[in-house]
Design a protein around this ligand. Structure first.
Ligand SMILES: Nc1ncnc2c1ncn2[C@@H]1O[C@H](COP(=O)(O)OP(=O)(O)OP(=O)(O)O)[C@@H](O)[C@H]1O
Ligand SMILES: [Zn+2]
Length: 640
């Protein structure tokens, strides 16, 4: 189609040029300046002139038979007198040129035609490449991947073994539907994949098609939702018709919640279209008996909003959970994506996996990609652990903002604050090891302290929670001790919020306060989901809860303060190290805690940032009690 359009454009341009030549193309004759022409008139050299009133051009012939043209620069009233005075000059006029009929139509209509052409072109584009008819409103937009186009296999999907096992039966069925039936297998029709975004639902569905070597239709639920009533429904019909022609095959509907929300749940009208589409889908799913060999796989991360009719037997009656990967899953996913990049010797996937709790498969794919970009930017041949670390920090905490100018005083405050977190984090009874402390601003935070969990945590003991509260206060206490009450900054607001939240949860919903007992006091928060008990708490209960929260906070604040007061020398040393290196790693923290000379970081000498980011002499001019930007990001493995 695109080629056609270009061809037409070329033809049009050529035609234009041809017409131009016909209308204005008299062979070039001797061009005269108007003054010369006048002189020649006066001299009597001119025999004949023709004056073109539309172009103010005079063409003519001299006595010696030379042809000439000239342009009248202004309306010269005296010219006519002059010419007529000569007596023997033949003067004639010329009417404005008549364009040929075709040419004028063409020139007038050309822009119109062009616009119409472009419009048709885009309409076709929007209808998707597949449609053969010009306006295929009712055609499905499903993209079809032929069985030989799918390269994805189960080997590409890592870290969700249960899900793979759940769907392996589908592969058997698709490979040979009739055999499967003879063996007494129950024919699956619809499978609902449930899980958070980026966990590989699409990937898994594609892998099923790849393993079974069947075609793969994919469409997003939102593609069905159109302005025009009935379009979505006819798209559904069309999609199933297409699928029946190429069965056995898989139909994959991403974001099914876009069409599959509970019917009648919307406020007011305007949902007819979506409901019709949903009804049509139910009709189609009931309409085939399974021997067609079509499996409909739908994906959603909101199974709770789906219309129950979708989940009834014979429809999406199987659910496959695709959850966030655990530490081993993350390692495997990393390895899958690392196959595509040249790796340095020091890359340990398991270590990266440990530092990335909560990452989805898509996040991990992105991590590998970012690391490769970092390596490319510094012209490295391989991607090594440093790049993975940088990429991870960037994804978790936003890019470093090295250009942000902090005053010397602010930097010192931040260094004390982060050192306080790090030291308390190291010395409380139960805390994930501190592995990095930095006073380079990131995102909205002025500095960060990062912890490396040993394994994914699904629950926390009371001791762990109290240790965390103490560590969160480490930053504020370090400021109080070193800067005095007057110098304390607002940098701890996020720490305080998080510590308070933990303490509150311990008392009101985790049953970890002996005095309040294992009772849930958090009606307000759960109201949305559980309906709430609706019973207001007595004033006395409220007071008791507050007292218990205060007790937890005070106890751990005191514990953290004791740790820091006992280690004032380490606090000073760590502040100095941070001021010097800006980022210190686990090894250097070890050195500091053991009170030995701090080794510079491995990349200190080679890294060109060394020295250059020392603040310039005048940096401390803008000192003063400037408020710190309160960070609001909340990754549990980081404090600011
Ligand atoms: N388990 C996994 N193994 C390997 N790669 C994965 C995995 N999960 C996700 N990825 C990577 O993340 C990308 C996006 O995943 P995918 O589109 O399948 O997620 P999804 O669950 O369908 O997300 P959404 O709900 O947002 O559509 C994949 O192309 C792949 O590169
Ligand atoms: Zn802090």
């Amino acid at each position: 189609m695109a080629k056609n359009l270009i061809l037409w454009l070329v033809i049009a341009v050529v035609l234009m040029m041809v017409f131009q030549n016909i209308s204005g193309g008299e062979s070039a004759t001797n061009k005269l300046a108007y003054s010369t022409f006048l002189e020649q008139v006066k001299r009597g050299d001119i025999r004949e002139v023709t004056i073109d009133q539309s172009t103010n051009e005079i063409s003519g012939v001299r006595n010696n038979n030379d042809a000439f043209v000239t342009q009248i620069p202004y309306l010269d009233m005296k010219l006519m007198d002059e010419l007529l005075m000569q007596g023997n000059v033949i003067v004639s006029g010329k009417k404005p040129e008549e364009q040929s009929f075709l040419a004028s139509i063409f020139i007038n209509w050309f822009p119109m035609l062009l616009l119409i052409g472009v419009w048709i072109f885009f309409m076709r584009q929007m209808q998707g490449g597949g449609g053969k008819g010009a306006m295929s409103f009712g055609k499905s937009k499903a993209r079809l991947l032929g069985e030989d186009q799918i390269k994805t296999t189960f080997a590409d999907v890592a870290g969700c073994d249960e899900a793979k096992e759940d769907v392996s039966e589908l592969v058997d069925f698709l490979r040979d539907p009739t055999k499967f039936q003879k063996l007494g297998g129950k024919i699956p029709k619809g499978v609902l994949m449930v899980g958070p975004p980026g966990t590989g639902k699409t990937l898994l569905a594609k892998a099923i098609a790849g393993e079974a070597k069947v075609p793969f239709f994919s469409i997003s639920g939102s593609d069905f939702v159109e302005m025009f009533v009935g379009v979505g429904a006819s798209r559904v019909r069309d999609m199933f018709d297409q699928a029946k022609k190429s069965s056995p095959c898989i139909i994959f509907i991403d974001e099914i919640d876009a069409v599959g929300r509970k019917r009648g749940a919307g406020h007011g009208g305007g949902h007819d279209e979506r409901e019709q589409t949903l009804n049509q889908m139910l009709v189609e799913m009931d309409g085939f008996e399974g021997h067609e060999g079509i499996i409909v796989i739908a994906a959603t991360n909101r199974p709770d909003v789906l219309d129950p009719a979708l989940l009834r037997p014979g429809r999406f009656d199987r659910q496959v959970m695709v959850g966030l990967p655990d530490i081993r899953g993350r390692e495997q996913i990393l390895k899958v994506h690392m196959r595509k990049v040249p790796l340095g010797d020091n890359v340990v996937a398991s270590l990266i996996a440990r530092g990335t709790p909560g990452f989805s498969g898509a996040d991990l794919a992105n991590l590998v990609n970012e690391a490769a970009l970092f390596a490319a930017r510094t012209n490295k041949r391989v991607v090594s652990m440093e790049e993975f670390d940088k990429a991870k920090d960037k994804i978790m905490m936003g890019s470093e903002r090295k250009s942000m100018v902090m005053s010397e005083e602010e930097k010192t405050n931040t260094a004390y604050h982060e050192a306080g977190h790090a030291i308390v984090g190291r010395l409380v009874p139960k805390h994930d090891p501190v592995y990095k402390v930095s006073i380079i601003p990131r995102g909205r935070a002025l500095g960060v302290t990062m912890y490396l969990p040993e394994q994914d945590k699904y629950s926390n003991s009371r001791e762990e929670l109290e240790s965390r509260i103490a560590t969160l206060f480490g930053g504020r206490i370090a400021e109080v001790i070193t800067l005095g009450e007057a110098g304390v900054t607002t940098g701890a607001s996020n720490d305080i919020e998080r510590a308070t939240n933990i303490a509150r949860k311990m008392v009101t919903s985790w049953g970890l306060s002996p005095k309040m007992g294992p009772i849930n006091y958090e009606d307000e928060e759960n109201e949305m989901f559980m309906g709430g008990s609706g019973k207001p708490k007595s004033a006395e209960t409220v007071r008791d809860i507050d007292a218990e929260i205060r007790l937890l906070i005070d106890r751990n604040y005191a514990a953290a303060e004791k740790i820091l007061r006992d280690n004032l020398d380490v606090l000073e040393a760590m502040k100095d190290a941070l001021m010097k290196y800006e980022t210190i790693d686990a090894k250097q923290i070890d050195d500091l805690m053991n009170r030995v000379e701090v080794r510079p970081p491995a990349d200190w000498e080679t890294d060109d940032k060394a020295g250059s980011d020392k603040p310039s002499g005048g940096a401390s001019i803008n000192a003063g009690g400037e408020a710190k930007d309160a960070p609001d990001s909340d990754t549990s493995d980081v404090t600011h």
